[in-house]
Design a protein around this ligand. Structure first.
Ligand SMILES: NC(=O)C1=CN([C@@H]2O[C@H](COP(=O)(O)OP(=O)(O)OC[C@H]3O[C@@H](n4cnc5c(N)ncnc54)[C@H](O)[C@@H]3O)[C@@H](O)[C@H]2O)C=CC1
Ligand SMILES: O=C(O)[C@@H]1CCC=N1
Length: 275
C-alpha cells in the first residue's frame, strides 16, 4: 500500500522532494503539505494537486511518513507542538541541516523511527543526491522505504556515523550552490567577452553537465579526464595554471570547512541537550 507522506513546512526543499516524487509517479492524493500562509497553500494545491493544510498536527495524524522540512531554528517548536499526535508506527524523516537524531527523538517525545537526511534541490528533476542516517528504532523495512523514496528522486547513500552528515552537507547538500556560483562567474566573464547571457549559460552549463556525466559514467580517474583536455602549451593549461596560482585547493577546502563548521555550530545551537 502506498504510504501517506506529510511534508511539514513546504518551502524550497519540501517542494524539490515532492515535485520529484510526483514526476516519478507518486500519487498526489498520498502527499500532504503544510504551510501557515493561505496563498502558499492555494498555490501548492493548484500547482501540484497535493493536499495542503494549515495545521501540522492534522497532517501528522493522516501520515505514515512525516518529512520535517522547516528551518533548523524552527524545528524544536514545530515538533514539540505536534508531539502529542505522534504514533509509534510512524516514520519521521528530517531534512534539516545540523539537527541531530537525539534532539529530534527528544522533541518527538517517544521511541519512534527517525531518519536524518541531507538532500539537495536537484531532487526536483530526479537528479538529487541524499545522505542518510537512521536511529536505532528504524527497522530494515523502514530503511528500505526511505532508500526507495530518495532513489525515486535521485541517488542516496547511508552513512554509519552521524558526524559524517556534516561532510555530506559540504559535498552534496550545499554543493549545488557552489556550482551555481561558479557558473555565475563564468557567465559574467563570457558576457564581458561579448557573448549574450543565454548563449553563455548554455555553453557553460552544458560543459558542467557533460563533465559531471563523464565523472559518473566513465571509469577513469578525474585527473586523467582533466589531462585529456589539457594540451601541452594549449589553452586549458593556462586556465588551470591560473587556478593553481589562486590556490584552488585552499579556496575549496576553506569553503567546505566553513560549511561543515556552520553545520556543527547549528547542531550545538539547536540541540535538545541545551534544554
Ligand atoms: N534548500 C536546500 O537546498 C536544502 C535545505 N535543507 C533543509 O531543508 C529545510 C528547509 O529549508 P528550505 O526549504 O530551503 O527553507 P524554506 O524557508 O524555503 O522552507 C521552510 C518552510 O517552512 C515553513 N514553516 C515555518 N514554520 C512553520 C510552521 N510552524 N508550520 C508550517 N510551516 C512552517 C516556512 O513558511 C517555509 O515555507 C532546512 O531545515 C534546511 O536545512 C536541506 C538540504 C538542502
Ligand atoms: O544552507 C543550508 O543551511 C541548507 C542545508 C544544505 C543546503 N541548504
Amino acid at each position: 500500500m502506498t504510504a501517506s507522506i506529510a511534508f511539514i513546512g513546504v518551502g524550497n526543499m519540501a517542494r524539490s522532494i515532492f515535485s520529484g516524487m510526483l514526476a516519478g509517479g507518486y500519487p498526489a492524493d498520498k502527499i500532504i503539505g503544510t504551510s501557515r500562509t493561505p496563498e502558499k497553500r492555494d498555490y501548492y494545491h493548484e500547482q501540484y494537486g497535493i493536499t495542503m493544510l494549515a495545521e501540522n498536527d492534522l497532517a501528522v495524524d493522516q501520515a505514515d511518513v512525516v518529512v520535517l522540512c522547516v528551518k533548523p531554528a524552527q524545528m524544536q517548536s514545530v515538533v514539540e507542538e505536534f508531539a502529542d499526535h505522534v504514533r509509534g508506527d510512524q516514520l519521521f524523516i528530517s531534512v534539516a541541516a545540523g539537527i541531530e537524531l537525539d534532539s529530534l527523538a527528544y522533541w518527538l517525545g517517544r521511541s519512534v523511527a527517525i531518519v536524518r537526511s541531507m538532500p539537495n534541490t536537484p531532487s526536483q528533476l530526479g537528479a538529487g543526491m541524499t545522505g542518510l542516517i537512521a536511529n536505532e528504532h528504524t527497522s530494515p523495512a523502514q530503511k528500505t522505504q526511505v532508500s526507495e523514496l530518495f532513489s525515486s528522486i535521485g541517488h542516496s547513500v547511508w552513512v554509519d556515523d552521524e558526524a559524517h552528515m556534516h561532510t555530506v552537507t559540504s559535498l552534496s547538500g550545499s554543493a549545488p550552490a557552489y556550482f551555481f556560483r561558479f557558473l555565475e562567474a563564468m557567465i559574467k566573464n563570457g558576457e564581458q567577452q561579448g557573448l549574450d547571457e543565454a548563449t553563455c549559460r548554455a555553453l557553460a552549463s552544458h560543459a558542467m553537465f557533460g563533465a559531471a556525466r563523464m565523472v559518473m559514467e566513465l571509469d577513469e580517474p578525474i585527473s586523467q579526464l582533466r589531462q585529456n583536455i589539457t594540451s601541452p602549451m594549449g589553452t586549458t593549461e593556462q586556465a588551470l595554471l591560473s587556478f593553481e596560482a589562486s590556490n584552488i585547493d585552499k579556496i575549496v577546502a576553506e569553503a567546505m570547512m566553513a560549511c561543515v563548521n556552520r553545520s556543527k555550530e547549528m547542531a550545538e545551537d539547536f540541540s535538545a541537550k541545551k534544554d
